[in-house]
Design a protein around this ligand. Structure first.
Ligand SMILES: [Zn+2]
Length: 427
């Protein structure tokens, strides 16, 4: 709709707001609205450590706004901000989950850069992987988890590291001995997940750590009695020797014997899949300093949210987003989906799918939506919608009315209004 596309004046003002805020004491950017106010104290805001789907959703919106600051030209910068062609912004409540969501907005479907889309896609992909494993196991099969890492150090260029790693992997799959081990294991196919962490907070900062987790669908037509520990160790050593050889051949150096390649049995595979795509949900709030696994890309966003002066995290996230753009996060080997009867759906289809069993609460006018964007209150509107009523949402919209035209709504006032409305629920 031309009216929506033409009126971007509120968005254009954001860089100015950022500059003003950075000069102010405290350092938190006003362009992130009220997020920084309460993200700092998740325990206080949410009352307990219990997992709350709505609290997780609020955090994802906050992190998405950070991603928008860092990647202003990306589709993620428009995601769930710009209206979809000829659509109204509507708010829905999923009664069963106690959550609320929007419709009528553009979505970016980026698994790498967008915390909101990534979570939605991961939920669906995790269910697909679990369904595939269940089907395979019901047919008497096994699933092994193969983890492949490469040597890396601080200063490595991520794009180059990924290219070399992919080259090594190609040689690995094509290797005669790898094929022989997979045949021994009765492997019918695999699902590969690509992940990356950064070790800047560890004592020995060794930079980007891209790695693969591969689920091997094993045990087809082979004697399950042979899947004991010594046998697995034998396969592991044989696979490691090839992995070490191909890594060295492509110029990556020799991966460590301890961590370069690991072959784990089914229980580890199940644990891995159960947590896949949830790592950013499990560490609500602050970043664990110096944690062994390194920081995930969304940890970097969290770091910028907590401290706008963390220029290193900002630069690393930009480098990461650029390097991973267009890459596949999960790769199923040819024919595996069909064998295990898993339906094909693109990332875009997944994010556009409406949640089932949701009821329509109400609709925002284009001007109201511009006000919400201006004060970065997308998540607040959803919180109030999820926990209170549409009437409460309207009170909030009334409070911020005119924000996109320059009416000042200080973050403190927003924060208090949010607290007040949320504590007023049920009245
Ligand atoms: Zn998105």
């Amino acid at each position: 709709m031309p009216a929506a596309a033409g009126k971007r004046s509120g968005e254009a003002a954001a860089p100015h707001a950022t500059r003003t805020a950075q000069a102010a004491p405290g350092g938190n950017s006003a362009s992130l609205g009220i997020y920084a106010k309460y993200i700092d104290a998740p325990g206080a805001a949410e009352g307990s450590k219990a997992f709350s789907p709505m609290a997780a959703r609020v955090q994802r919106f906050a992190l998405q706004s950070v991603a928008r600051q860092l990647l202003p030209e990306s589709r993620t910068a428009k995601c769930l901000r710009w209206r979809a062609y000829n659509q109204d912004v509507k708010v829905w409540k999923a009664v069963e989950h106690g959550t609320a969501h929007y419709s009528g907005l553009q979505t970016c479907a980026s698994v790498w850069a967008c915390p909101v889309c990534a979570a939605k896609i991961a939920e669906r992909r995790r269910a697909e992987v679990l369904a595939a494993m269940t089907t395979h196991q019901a047919r008497g099969g096994n699933v092994h988890l193969l983890t492949l890492t490469v040597p890396h150090q601080r200063g490595d260029d991520l794009v180059q590291l990924l290219a070399l790693q992919a080259k090594a992997l190609k040689r690995f799959w094509d290797d005669r001995q790898v094929k022989a081990v997979f045949a021994d294991m009765g492997n019918i196919g695999q699902i590969r997940a690509t992940e990356v962490t950064h070790g800047r907070r560890s004592a020995r900062n060794n930079g980007w750590h891209p790695h693969y987790h591969v689920l091997l669908f094993t045990g087809s037509g082979v004697d399950l009695g042979r899947f004991d520990k010594p046998q697995r160790r034998d396969w592991e050593v044989r696979l490691y020797l090839v992995w070490a050889r191909v890594c060295e051949a492509v110029g990556l150096g020799v991966p460590s014997i301890a961590h370069g390649l690991k072959l784990d049995p089914g229980d580890k595979a199940s644990q891995y899949v159960a947590k896949w795509g949830l790592e950013h949900e499990l560490t609500y709030g602050h970043i664990k300093k110096g944690k062994a696994g390194g920081e995930t890309p969304f940890d970097l966003l969290r770091s910028v949210l907590a401290d706008q002066d963390d220029k290193q995290a900002a630069a690393l996230f930009r480098e990461y987003a650029q390097a991973f753009k267009g890459k596949r996060q999960l790769h199923w080997s040819h024919g595996l989906k069909a064998q295990l009867a898993i339906e094909e759906a693109s990332d875009q289809e997944v994010v556009e799918r409406l949640e089932e069993g949701a009821e329509l609460l109400g609709q925002l006018t284009p001007d109201q939506w511009r006000d919400v964007l201006k004060v970065e209150a997308r998540a607040t509107v959803l919180e109030i919608a999820a926990r209170c009523s549409w009437h409460h949402v309207q009170r909030f919209l009334w409070l911020i009315e005119g924000a996109h035209k320059g009416v000042q709504v200080p973050p403190d006032v927003l924060h208090e209004a949010r607290q007040l409305l949320l504590s007023d629920r049920g009245k």
